[in-house]
Design a binder for this molecule. Structure first.
Ligand code: SIN
Length: 189
């Protein structure tokens, strides 16, 4: 199953062209910044929680055996820690391609550690995209992550790199740490 959001995202131009813009990463964009940026700063967004509810058919799984990767769900009062990148608008092209399996550009307010804030973008996979898998018992999610592989590598590496990156940021995320503990206890296949 693939849902290519590239062309939809091209129309989601929320910022004046020519200016640089902030993108907030909460999943692989935290620890795998393989795109040019002017600066990066730890930041958080409010009202969102990270969940491994998005299917990955193109990076960490296959159409036959999808993996699970991070998306965000709305949760009043929640705080989601991540990394903000100030990029040129041209960099959205490669990011749209990378996030094409169901993620759409959305506008959010980013809060920096010095108390300042800025408007920016996230790539969000909502329940109405065809790759969305949704909630499941934590053990089932962990088993799926522990066994899935795709062109970008093992699904477990995505989760464990994210858990490590969040730890380095000093960020607490119970969903991610509970999954990481379970996946570490499952033998690598
Ligand atoms: C993100 O990292 O912000 C989006 C989801 C992903 O690419 O893992």
């Amino acid at each position: 199953m693939t849902v290519d959001t590239t062309s939809l995202n091209r129309k989601r131009n929320f910022f004046t062209s020519g200016q640089t813009l902030w993108v907030f990463g909460y999943g692989s964009l935290i620890w795998k910044a393989e795109f040019p940026f002017h600066e990066r700063r730890p930041a958080h967004i409010e009202g969102w929680e990270r969940r491994f509810w998005q299917g990955s058919h193109d990076h960490r799984g296959t159409p036959q055996a999808p993996g699970r990767v991070a998306t965000l769900v709305e949760s009043p009062g929640a705080v989601c820690q991540g990394m903000a990148y100030r990029i040129d608008a041209d960099t959205l092209g490669p990011l749209d391609y990378r996030e094409k399996n169901g993620y759409l550009r959305e506008r959010v307010i980013l809060h920096f550690h010095d108390g300042s804030h800025a408007e920016g973008l996230i790539y969000l996979a909502t329940e109405d995209n065809a790759a969305f898998l949704g909630d499941a018992p934590l053990d089932a999610i962990a088993r799926q992550i522990a066994t899935a592989h795709g062109p970008s590598g093992a699904n477990r590496d995505y989760l464990l790199h994210l858990a490590e990156a969040l730890e380095n940021l000093g960020a607490q995320d119970e969903h991610v740490s509970a999954l990481a503990a379970r996946v570490r206890s499952i033998k690598e296949t």
